[in-house]
Design a binder for this molecule. Structure first.
Ligand SMILES: Cc1cc2nc3c(=O)[nH]c(=O)nc-3n(C[C@H](O)[C@H](O)[C@H](O)COP(=O)(O)O)c2cc1C
Length: 199
């Protein structure tokens, strides 16, 4: 099949776009408001976009609590969502009042950030502590504003569970990194293979 996406001609009942670009990593973003309330939410429009300096981005459909907190403090942490933490991750995607601490809501312990004043998820084996660098409002081909806004941050501190480091490398297979497909589907990595680049 083929469809004209510009004019929203998709004949399928559910738009498959998010199922076609995947699996996507999940940035499980923790933030704190200026008044000190911790917040946690998953964002699958998330990725690393550079490594010198290390930069990550996520994209928010509206001015959600995460964005409001980053605007107030300039800091956030990307926690790795794993297979074991999938239910807690899902709880933190609920729309709750800004006064609710979503770590507490999901029964998650906090660990203090080292380079930022934002806590990380203690059970998450990897956390990227970030300082905000830019917000990019997104627009369509005619220049009309999208409801999405991209947030970019520089990774200033990296937490890795020591148990994941084997022979100087991170054992990314045993991280059980959770990824988002379309619809309500997820996967976690259970097998890796290696390909050497041509010289
Ligand atoms: C796996 C998953 C991925 C999500 N990805 C995004 C995303 O990329 N952008 C977005 O705006 N919302 C996304 N959401 C929805 C937000 O997590 C949800 O709106 C949440 O309440 C936002 O929380 P906040 O207001 O505390 O920032 C996602 C939800 C789930 C379960």
């Amino acid at each position: 099949m083929f469809y004209d996406a510009l004019n929203k001609q998709c004949p399928l009942e559910i738009d498959p776009f998010k199922a076609l670009v995947g699996p996507r990593p999940i940035g499980w973003i923790s933030t704190v408001s200026a008044s000190g309330v911790a917040n946690l939410a998953p964002y699958s429009f998330f990725n690393a976009v550079a490594d010198e300096p290390p930069l990550v981005m996520f994209s928010s459909g509206g001015h959600k609590d995460t964005l409001l907190n980053i605007a107030e403090t300039g800091e956030f942490v990307c926690n790795l969502a794993t297979h074991d933490l999938k239910d807690a991750m899902n709880v933190t995607s609920g729309m709750v009042d800004r006064s609710v601490d979503e770590f507490e809501l999901a029964g998650l312990e906090k660990a203090a950030g080292k380079m930022v004043s934002v806590p990380r998820v203690a059970l998450s084996p990897v956390a990227l502590e970030c300082r905000h660098t830019a917000n990019i409002p997104l627009k369509d081909v005619e220049g009309a504003a999208s409801k999405y806004e991209m947030v970019i941050g520089q990774v200033v501190g990296v937490y890795i569970d020591d148990g994941l480091i084997i022979d100087g490398r991170v054992d990314t297979c045993s991280m059980q990194q959770l990824a988002r497909h379309g619809y309500m589907d997820y996967s976690s990595v259970s097998e890796l293979f290696r390909i050497e680049r041509p010289s």
